[in-house]
Design a binder for this molecule. Structure first.
Ligand code: SAM
Length: 318
């Protein structure tokens, strides 16, 4: 967990939490590691994991768009490849665990195919239970001229069973009218909303990582840390394993480690893996800056309070 103490020179700085030991990182799965960063094909890592290990699998897989890190496949081959990875993730998932598969659209000759529509049957056939289809809305992206510009992607959230870890209080957001009270009946005068805040709903407005974002690296489509933080905080407990089979530059690992969870992931592209390692090192040394979870989305009319980037420090699981 992180603690923000004071603002100095426009940057929020954190108290050093004086963790009693150094982060234990490993390139292959080791049960007593804090962080496993495997460079290679995710199936090679997944096959080494014990059954039921991870409390949360969170990932954004390749979208089959012909990005620099993927070769374009037929839709059937793409789904078959995803099925192999998803089946291994389900095997490695704790019975109280969750899988969050974050996807957008596959675009073919100007025609869009929503990947969640293609992949939903794979999860359903593996016996998973869908809890939400979260719409992640963001303000920036390509400007389309022959269709409306895409400004959302989705997070498909499934659980393995109906007994699953979910802590809503950990991720409540401020009420719109925090002082609103019941005006009649037995509860007259009492606050009508939950004083801990409201349910963040299944539509999340979180800026995507574009050039001026504090977390931007060379990766063309990295997660914002705050998107994964919300999933980690609500679906896992301290010490749990968070697994990302398509780790990219390590965002899921960062989000897990800054909240005292253990992180595990694979990335096939060496350049991205070396950035993931450097980001984890920067987090351990208190040098990594992220966009704070509670920062309002920028309003060009200047009606939002400014809140500076947050420098994170790790708290290691006992
Ligand atoms: C959409 S990106 C994920 C980005 C990530 N969420 C982040 O925040 O950096 C998908 C990643 O999967 C990697 N990848 C593609 N095929 C892979 C495979 N078979 N095993 C492991 N990683 C793979 C790509 O190199 C790419 O970095």
């Amino acid at each position: 967990m992180t603690r923000e103490l004071e603002a100095v020179g426009g940057l929020a700085v954190q108290a050093s939490l004086f963790t009693s030991r150094r982060l234990k990182a490993s390139g292959d799965f080791e049960a007593d590691a804090d962080c496993v960063l495997f460079q290679g094909d995710c199936l090679d890592l997944l096959r080494t994991l014990p059954d039921g290990l991870a409390k949360l699998v969170v990932t954004s897989p390749p979208y089959n768009l012909g990005k620099e890190y993927e070769s374009r496949l037929s839709v059937d081959s793409y789904v078959a490849g995803q099925r192999r990875v998803i089946a291994e993730c389900v095997r490695a998932l704790d019975p109280r665990g969750s899988i969050c598969w974050q996807v957008g659209n596959y675009v073919d000759n100007g025609e869009i195919i929503p990947l969640d529509v293609l992949l939903y049957p794979v999860f359903a056939e593996l016996g998973l239970h869908m809890r939400n289809r979260i719409v992640w809305h963001f303000g920036h992206g390509l400007h389309a001229s022959k269709r409306f510009s895409g400004r959302y992607e989705v997070v498909l959230w499934f659980t393995k069973t109906s007994e699953y870890t979910f802590d809503l209080d950990a991720v409540r957001v401020p009420q719109k009218y925090p002082d609103k009270r019941h005006f009649k009946g037995a509860k007259r005068g009492e606050l009508s909303g939950n004083p801990l805040g409201k349910n963040p709903s299944d539509v999340w407005e979180i800026p995507n990582v574009k050039s001026n974002h504090v977390e931007k690296t060379i990766h063309p489509c990295q997660f914002p840390v705050e998107l994964v933080e919300r999933l980690v905080l609500s679906m896992t407990e301290p010490g749990d394993w968070v697994l990302d089979p398509f780790l990219g530059v390590g965002t899921s690992a960062i989000a897990a480690l800054i909240h005292g969870r253990r992180a595990l992931g694979a990335e096939i592209e060496p350049r991205y893996m070396s950035i993931a390692r450097e980001r984890v090192r920067a987090a351990e040394e208190g040098r990594l800056r992220v966009r704070p979870m509670d920062r309002p989305v920028y309003d060009p009319a200047g009606r939002t309070e400014s809140s500076p980037p947050r420098t994170v420090q790790l708290e290691l699981a006992e």
